[in-house]
Design a protein around this ligand. Structure first.
Ligand SMILES: CC(C)(COP(=O)(O)OP(=O)(O)OC[C@H]1O[C@@H](n2cnc3c(N)ncnc32)[C@H](O)[C@@H]1OP(=O)(O)O)[C@@H](O)C(=O)NCCC(=O)NCCS
Length: 263
């Protein structure tokens, strides 16, 4: 894999080379999770990461950024309020810079919204508010799972950040991922219209989970490819094959991800 330049700065071209060598290709639909600081110094920070992804997948590709907004207190007695234009995400600087780009389209969901850029951005994000659960089949992640070009990029982070596993948990019907009662949520869309829905939110007080557990198997099966840039891990997963593997594991054992330690 390409090394950073002599003064240790990661440039866009270094990142692009690294992404391409992992298998990210023109026309892909890719959801990413990031940590900027894991790379030491990235020239121009978040914009470089975003541009490296957009340029690697080209104009026919679509990128999804996690613009999640959660608070462990949220539930029927403490409902979230969400404005798709203004509510900041809590998943790092890169998704936040991404969602504020003029061509980004953000899905309407009080906790698990995704922003997208690319020709399939609307198709992937539309109607998230009508999905009763955060990561179901008609959420952006559900649509990613069905896309033969769907991929997940972990840049500077590990499988601990892989929200896609919650989609797998939903499909497998594990009992711990969702709150038992729906929450009445009030959201504001891009036009300023108020949208109200009764949604099942993620349960933040469920099992302690270890999402890194499947890494060795996913690597062995070629579903996941991993490399390092500086000391930062860079991984790319095939979304549909990941879903197939994880859903099967969870159907055999709904506590597959369970760990004694908090992660
Ligand atoms: C929480 C998390 C975002 C923290 O990572 P991080 O690298 O500290 O934060 P960011 O990616 O937001 O990058 C900003 C930080 O990078 C550093 N930074 C700033 N500019 C930088 C640059 N040009 N190059 C490298 N690092 C830089 C700074 O430390 C900055 O922190 P500051 O804003 O407090 O000064 C990360 O660990 C993580 O979990 N990412 C995945 C989140 C996610 O998608 N979760 C989904 C499941 S819940």
């Amino acid at each position: 894999m390409n090394a950073p330049d002599a003064v240790g700065v990661v440039t866009k071209s270094i990142l692009k080379t690294a992404l391409a060598s992992l298998g990210l290709a023109p026309g892909d639909v890719v959801a990413f999770h990031t940590s900027l600081s894991a790379f030491g110094h990235i020239e121009n920070g978040a914009d470089t990461v975003i541009d490296a992804i957009l340029e690697t997948i080209g104009p026919s590709g679509t990128t999804l950024a996690p613009t999640l907004t959660f608070d462990e207190r949220w539930g029927p007695e403490c409902p979230p309020v969400f404005d798709v234009r203004r509510t900041p995400s809590v998943t790092g600087r890169t998704p936040e810079v991404f969602r504020l780009r003029p061509d980004a389209v953000r899905s309407l969901h009080p906790t698990h919204s995704w922003a997208a850029i690319g020709p399939r951005a609307r198709e992937l994000t539309t109607g998230h508010e009508d999905s009763a659960t955060p990561c179901g089949p008609e959420s952006p992640l559900g649509r990613l799972a069905r896309d033969p070009r769907g991929k997940i990029l972990l840049a500077g982070v590990t499988l601990k950040s892989c929200t896609f596993f919650h989609h797998c948990e939903e499909v497998a019907g594990v009992p711990y991922h969702l709150q038992k009662r729906p929450t009445h949520v009030v959201m504001t869309d891009t036009t300023g219209a108020v949208i109200e829905r009764d949604l099942y939110l993620h349960c933040w007080h469920g099992l302690a989970l270890d999402f890194t557990k499947p890494e060795a198997d996913l690597l062995r099966l070629g579903v996941m490819k991993k490399a390092f840039l500086i000391h930062a891990p860079l991984s790319l997963l095939n979304a549909s094959r990941t879903a197939e593997f994880i859903i099967d594991k969870l159907r055999r054992n709904e506590e597959y991800f369970k760990t004694q330690e908090l992660c």
